[in-house]
Design a protein around this ligand. Structure first.
Ligand SMILES: NC(=O)c1ccc[n+]([C@@H]2O[C@H](COP(=O)([O-])OP(=O)(O)OC[C@H]3O[C@@H](n4cnc5c(N)ncnc54)[C@H](OP(=O)(O)O)[C@@H]3O)[C@@H](O)[C@H]2O)c1
Length: 338
């Protein structure tokens, strides 16, 4: 049985992890830390979990409790840049047998120069990057891995949407995306606070979103000389990510090839049109579809940023890493309508 310890359990991602893990049949115990809410029950911060999960936030991780089981798993769900120095300070061999899954961007990029280009600062511990495996669960599953970097939410949608173009004669794609407010975490900032975005729609970080580092890594690994232009938008939604990739259709390429590509992926649902967002919300499913018109083509991808783009994909990665059935604890739909 698994014991799961969540570092940063009071945030949006921490709450979502608690929600998925509470329902996981192989998880016998869950503990979670919060500096601000230590001693309070989980339900005081995440009211949706009241009666579903007992326990309270710890000020500090209880490592002895974690170790006292067959399969210890740590989920780090902290703001970008907070986990890497903590991990670097762990003594050699500490948590050696545990599976550690980081949901931040700290260990996603194997090349420290690529990291520095996109995050505008040097990586704090480049010598540790080689310990980590990038876990894009539906594309490059982390089997037998004990250090897993969970992908970014936009990066998940972008890579799943670009995979049908591997090996195709396409040299440029233009991608437009939208995201909801929960993507920025629980602390409001000037551009993310509800009143500034609830009735607005705007582009942000045009051509310069940090998740392009993951896309660049994906393209290099697949030897794809593809130029990608990506403009994300902040939409009046709470959850959800939707992207549309537009390109000149290569000879012989049809939208049906996507169904073949993903036929063995339980959580990738191929739609006969560009996918809606709502059917993915609250679930680990990612919906993809394409349309073509003459020489033009468009691929759409939709997912829930807090679930498939974050917490439920981390649970899928845990299942894969520990040799469990991939769908364990995850085979459920969101609500319809919303
Ligand atoms: N939101 C998304 O859609 C999404 C999707 C994919 C990946 N991510 C990534 O996942 C991570 C968490 O995102 P989130 O949206 O859950 O953020 P969040 O809502 O801001 O939560 C952050 C959590 O980290 C804790 N924390 C902050 N600084 C800490 C420190 N120095 N030491 C220990 N705990 C600390 C906070 O709790 P206390 O202050 O109470 O300790 C809180 O529980 C980020 O790296 C984010 O980029 C987010």
């Amino acid at each position: 049985m698994i014991r799961a310890l969540i570092l940063g359990a009071s945030g949006y991602g921490g709450g979502e992890l608690l929600r998925w893990l509470a329902d996981h049949p192989s998880v016998e115990g869950i503990r979670g830390t919060s500096r601000r809410h230590a001693g309070q029950p989980f339900g005081a911060v995440h009211p949706n979990l009241t009666k579903l999960i007992n326990g309270e936030f710890d000020a500090e991780p209880d490592w002895a409790w974690l170790h006292d089981c067959e399969y210890p798993v740590v989920f780090a769900v902290m703001p970008h840049g907070e986990f890497a120095p903590m991990y670097a300070a762990w003594p050699d061999g500490f948590l050696g047998e545990a599976t550690v899954i980081d949901l931040s961007a700290d260990f996603r990029i194997a090349d420290p120069d690529l990291y520095a280009d996109h995050y505008k600062k040097p990586h704090p511990c480049p010598e540790l990057l080689s310990q980590w495996n990038y876990g894009l669960a539906d594309v490059s599953p982390p089997v037998d891995s004990r250090r897993i970097a969970n992908p970014g939410c936009f990066a998940t949608a972008l890579q799943i949407g670009l995979l049908p173009l591997v090996g195709q004669d396409v040299d440029f794609v233009a991608i437009s995306g939208v995201t909801g407010s929960s993507g920025s975490g629980m602390n409001p900032g000037e551009g993310t606070h509800h009143p500034t975005r609830a009735h607005d729609f705007r582009a942000y970080k045009p051509l310069a979103h940090q998740h392009m580092a993951e896309v660049e890594q994906f393209l290099v690994e697949r030897d794809m000389p593809l130029e990608v232009s990506f403009v994300p938008h902040s939409a009046p939604l709470v959850r959800g990510i939707s992207i549309t990739i537009q390109f000149r259709r290569p000879p012989g390429w049809s939208s049906e090839s996507i169904a073949e590509l993903y036929e063995n992926s339980p959580f990738v649902r191929v739609r006969p049109e560009l996918p809606r967002l709502l059917p993915t919300i609250g679930s680990n499913f990612v919906d993809i579809g394409a349309v073509t018109q003459g020489n033009l083509a468009a691929i759409g991808v939709s997912l829930d940023n807090l679930a498939k783009g974050m917490a439920s994909q981390a649970v899928q990665n845990m299942n894969l890493a520990l040799g469990l059935l991939e769908t364990t604890g995850l085979w459920s739909a969101g609500g319809h309508p919303g």
